[in-house]
Design a protein around this ligand. Structure first.
Ligand SMILES: NC(=O)c1ccc[n+]([C@@H]2O[C@H](COP(=O)([O-])OP(=O)(O)OC[C@H]3O[C@@H](n4cnc5c(N)ncnc54)[C@H](OP(=O)(O)O)[C@@H]3O)[C@@H](O)[C@H]2O)c1
Length: 333
């Protein structure tokens, strides 16, 4: 059982693109501070640490796992590197907040979840969208029956990352592709809104020259007559909206649903709007939620439980089986 001080002491692994956003939001978080930066190269670790005024820099994970002064670790390396780092950290009792997707496939995710239980150590996929204030209100609306029984979820998540196969988005060696990078959000939000895993999925893909999926169109079928549909793409531009359709009304999150602050509800012929600003750039909520769980001795968060991460990974495995997308050292069961 971890004894936690006044401030939870964090380490950050993979000081690249998204780690900067984490550091910006960490300035707003209460009850936590970053004490270590871990890179594959000491010079990069030191430069990032200096930029953010962090005391320690390291070029190996061992320095973190051996340190008694690290409580929690944010893994911000590319997808294919998540599992190995998380495995080590959990085995040493370090709480893990791991960027999405938690792993490349469901077998790896299941292994991490087992380790979290075995070592009674907190683990969460950094699905920050589900922790935003807006979605806490929408969750209440759905549970109160404001739109009746949810019947369908329709969403899109498209973006235009650089078509450079040396960078992670289009790089098959880094488990690149639209599904694992973007579709994971569509699936995590469908899982949240409908509260269960689809029984059947049917997917089609368009591939980039590098061999990764650059567009996925998928239909999900749920027991009890629920449906989901999403498009995720790295070669298209869209509003990126999310709509939850119930048997008495619907909820629409316009604009970029992954970092939304506004939504509208249509039910009984009336429109109700909701405006819930996020703290910082939105990561504050997932960090504070994790710290809250750690202080309660929990090993998972009710806002992004292990079972939901695993369900999403299993659906992504099935989609990849259907479209024939396999990565190196991959195991789709
Ligand atoms: N939540 C969000 O909104 C959000 C947004 C963007 C990305 N992400 C997720 O965050 C993760 C990182 O994305 P990013 O865009 O920040 O990636 P990135 O900038 O390409 O890489 C992050 C850092 O990881 C390390 N790294 C690079 N290649 C590696 C390898 N082969 N093995 C181990 N470490 C490696 C590098 O640091 P060193 O070389 O210094 O070790 C790099 O600076 C991805 O899983 C992505 O899905 C989440």
């Amino acid at each position: 059982m971890q004894i936690l001080g006044e401030k939870i002491r964090w380490a950050v692994i993979g000081p690249g693109g998204i780690a900067h956003k984490f550091m910006r939001d960490m300035r707003v978080v209460e009850g936590g501070e970053v004490r270590w930066i871990v890179s594959r190269e000491m010079q990069r670790a030191r430069a990032f640490a200096d930029e953010w005024n962090v005391e320690h820099a390291a070029d190996s994970l061992a320095q973190i796992t051996e340190s008694a002064e690290v409580d929690a670790v944010y893994i911000a390396s590319p997808h294919h590197a998540h599992a190995a780092a998380a495995r080590e950290l959990l085995a040493h009792g370090k709480a893990v907040l791991c960027e999405k997707p938690l792993t490349v496939n469901a077998r790896e995710a299941g292994e991490l979840i087992r380790l979290s239980h075995l070592h009674q150590t907190f683990l969460m996929e950094a699905m920050w969208t589900r922790m935003l204030p807006l979605y806490q209100v929408l969750d209440r609306w759905i549970k109160e029956g404001a739109i009746g029984k949810p019947v369908a979820v329709v969403s899109q998540f498209c973006g235009l990352p650089p078509k450079d196969p040396s960078q992670r988005w289009f790089n098959p060696e880094m488990a690149g592709g639209a599904l694992l990078d973007l579709g994971v959000y569509n699936l995590a939000m469908s899982q949240w809104a409908l509260g269960r895993k689809p029984q059947r999925v049917t997917a089609s893909a368009r591939f980039a020259e590098s061999g990764v999926d650059e567009l996925i169109a998928a239909t999900l079928e749920y027991d009890g007559g629920g449906y989901g549909q999403f498009i995720c793409s790295m070669c298209a531009s869209a509003e990126n909206r999310l709509e939850i359709i119930g048997d008495k009304g619907s909820i629409r999150v316009p604009g970029n649903f992954i970092q939304a602050e506004k939504a509208g509800r249509w039910a009984d012929g009336e429109f109700t709007s909701c405006d819930e600003p996020m703290k910082g750039e939105g990561f504050v909520h997932e960090i504070e939620e994790m710290q809250r769980c750690m202080r309660e001795g929990a090993i998972e968060s009710p806002l992004m439980p292990h079972a939901d991460t695993l369900a999403t990974m299993e659906v992504m495995d099935e989609i990849r089986r259907q479209i024939g997308l396999h990565y190196a050292n991959d195991d789709l069961g």
